[in-house]
Design a protein around this ligand. Structure first.
Ligand SMILES: Cc1ncc(C[n+]2csc(CCOP(=O)(O)OP(=O)(O)O)c2C)c(N)n1
Ligand code: SF4
Length: 284
């Protein structure tokens, strides 16, 4: 057990993110105030706590601002096609089941063009961690509405307000068969770190929806004053933790999204079943 003085000294040593980054790929492309970099810091701290080595991890993405993440980290990485991160990740996992696969994908990448891959990955329960960066917009291509853009919101493609209802990413993942489902935000960084660590440790498909902000498009188009204003309204005031929600009356949680681990069950994992099948076919 460490003493109070030892704990204080530990806290005063800044965490060395550079150990996990590729300095020659920096600076990154993200705009000032974008949530994607904040999420990356929580993710790196979670990976550090997981005891996985850098070589044991393969980070895969599609295309989008959030999908640029694998370019900046010193793991095995694969930047693929828009909406196809999960099909590539599935192939990598089947070829090298010993790797820990972490997919970074936007709400557009995962739930619009990649929606089909998303539900079938969850259905198979293949061992990978999918982080859906949910900023309610297509950031990279100029702020078109996405499947998580709230009704009434402005976007490049909805000048009079979006009329399409949103996908609840977590409910979708759960219904499709994911065995670990959680939601965090870029505002609650320490909580996000804890959620990501649990998601990484889980065997099976783990999905974490992360509410983060695109001040450049969603923020400006919807008259938010700043990135911090977005974080306060959408991520802090717009959510409530599952533990808090249990103690609050229904009127206090109405209209808010739940944060925390929302679903965790055990179910046969795809690579294990595939190995059994190939062994059987080979008469082993
Ligand atoms: C097949 C294909 N269709 C469309 C595009 C254009 N495109 C690139 S990124 C993107 C959307 C990105 O939005 P999201 O996945 O939510 O990520 P964000 O940029 O918001 O982090 C689109 C439509 C593409 N690159 N390839
Ligand atoms: S356009 Fe939006 S999502 Fe893309 S880097 Fe800028 S703030 Fe982030």
């Amino acid at each position: 057990m460490s003493t109070v003085a030892e704990k204080k000294q530990k806290l005063s040593v800044p965490f060395d993110y550079n150990r996990y980054l590729r300095p020659n790929k920096l600076p990154h492309i993200w705009c000032p105030g974008c949530g994607h970099g904040i999420v990356l810091k929580s993710l790196i701290r979670a990976i550090d706590k997981s005891a996985l080595t850098k070589d044991q991890i393969c980070m895969v993405s599609g295309i989008g601002c959030s999908s640029r993440t694998p370019g900046y980290v010193d793991f095995n990485t694969f930047h693929t096609l828009h909406g196809r991160a999960l099909s590539h990740a599935t192939g990598i996992k089947l070829a090298k089941p010993e790797l820990k696969i972490i997919v970074t994908t936007g709400d557009g990448d995962a739930l619009a063009i990649g929606g089909n891959h998303f539900i079938h990955t969850c259905r198979r329960n293949i061992d990978m961690t999918i982080l859906v960066y949910s900023n309610a917009t297509y950031g990279m291509t100029g702020g078109q509405y996405s499947p998580t853009t709230p009704v009434g919101s402005m976007a490049t493609t909805s000048r009079y307000g979006n009329i399409e209802p949103v996908f609840d990413c977590c409910e979708l993942a759960k219904a499709a068969g994911a065995t670990f489902v959680a939601r965090g935000t870029a505002y609650h960084t320490q909580e996000l770190e804890r959620i990501l660590l649990e998601a990484i440790k889980h065997r099976g498909t783990s999905v974490v929806e992360i509410l983060d902000q695109c001040p450049t498009y969603y923020g400006r188009q919807n008259k938010f004053k700043s990135a911090t204003h977005m974080m306060e309204v959408i991520e802090k005031d717009g959510t409530v933790s599952v533990t808090q929600a249990e103690k609050l009356p229904p009127e206090k949680i109405k209209g808010k999204l739940l944060r925390g681990i929302l679903h965790r069950v055990e179910r046969p994992e795809y690579c294990d079943e595939y190995k059994k099948l190939t062994d059987r076919a080979q008469g082993k």
